[in-house]
Design a protein around this ligand. Structure first.
Ligand SMILES: [Zn+2]
Ligand SMILES: [Zn+2]
Length: 322
């Protein structure tokens, strides 16, 4: 089951366990029995690890860790603000599907061993003959090295990793995913390195960020600004309904304290700065034009009240001609 040779070292045994675990991982294996199999393999592996705990600790101190891997994790402002589970494609060694990770393909018929040409013996370091390890000295073999993975049991593949993104990460922040870096070099069984992901925030069509302060320019009907009313302000964590008092139809800024980008690590949440830009309606129907013209006549009757700017302009003109 493990595809091991009697004199394989602890490193090979651990690799074989890992291959088996990969093969039976319920995320990869649709077999209903996969979860149970996976648990048993893991339990067996963990007891093996416990037995070797001390020697592994010594080895780890001696053997170098695998290198860290670095990449970027691109998020929308909404994803970063709310937090999310983000799928990340990790290129890594995976269990070879052809040989199911054993490195060997079972042959239908036994075949003469190509290493010892069927003699079962090979010339060793000295002049003497030694048992052929490829066929265990039998001269024939019922299996052949897997061509897909060249006997390593592993092929490079893409693995989808779910990255847990907590709310409030900013562009440039770093996430460390333990053990997802490079495997240690050579046959060493040191710990694998880590995967370091630098958060990158995508440019947003509406939001701009200054650290945690969030800026949004919001077009609002000029009439709503005059009459007062509710407007929906889009924010990364969801829209907020804001009541505007009756006032002037002029551009102005609204600051919503703490409603910008969420805080993190002792840093408080930023404000949301909403730049309100009045817009006038277009494509009026004749009926709507008539209604507006009627309204306009009323405004003109009390020009000093409704249009102080026009009243002032006219007064200045009159004063000049006097
Ligand atoms: Zn042989
Ligand atoms: Zn293979």
């Amino acid at each position: 089951m493990l595809g091991l040779e009697p004199d394989d070292g602890a490193a090979a045994i651990r690799r074989a366990f890992r291959r088996l675990a990969m093969r039976w991982h319920p995320d990869r294996n649709g077999d209903p029995a996969a979860l149970e199999q996976f648990r048993r393999i893991r339990a067996a592996y963990e007891s093996l690890i416990e037995l070797e705990d001390e020697s592994v600790a010594q080895e780890a101190a001696r053997q170098p860790r695998g290198a860290d891997r670095r990449d970027e994790l691109w998020l929308s402002i909404e994803e970063a603000a709310r937090g999310c589970e983000k799928a990340y494609r990790l290129l890594s060694a995976q269990c070879c599907g052809d040989c199911e990770g054993s490195g060997w393909i079972e042959l239908a018929r036994s075949r003469m061993c190509t290493v010892c040409s069927g003699s079962g013996r090979v010339r060793g370091g000295g002049r003497h003959l030694e048992n052929c390890t490829a066929c265990d000295g039998r001269g024939f073999s019922t299996r052949a090295q897997c061509e897909m993975c060249k006997g390593s049991g592993e092929v490079s593949g893409e693995q989808s990793v779910s990255v847990h993104v907590r709310p409030g990460l900013l562009d440039g922040d770093q996430l460390r995913l333990r053990g997802l870096g490079e495997a240690p070099a050579g046959e060493g069984e040191g710990e694998p390195g880590d995967l370091l992901l630098t958060v990158r925030l995508r440019v947003h069509p509406v939001f701009r960020m200054q650290r945690r302060e969030l800026h949004v320019e919001l077009p609002v009907p000029a009439f709503t600004l005059l009459t007062g009313g509710k407007v929906a302000v889009p924010l990364p964590v969801g829209e907020e309904i804001v009541s505007l008092p009756a006032g002037e139809a002029v551009a102005h800024e609204l600051r919503l304290a703490g409603r910008g980008f969420p805080g993190r690590g002792g840093e408080p949440a930023g404000d949301a700065v909403v730049s309100i830009r009045p817009v006038l309606p277009g494509a009026l129907t004749p009926e709507q034009r008539k209604m507006l013209a009627r309204l306009e006549k009323q405004f003109e009757k009390e020009i000093a009240t409704h249009y102080p700017e026009i009243a002032g302009f006219r007064a200045a003109l009159d004063a000049a001609s006097d």
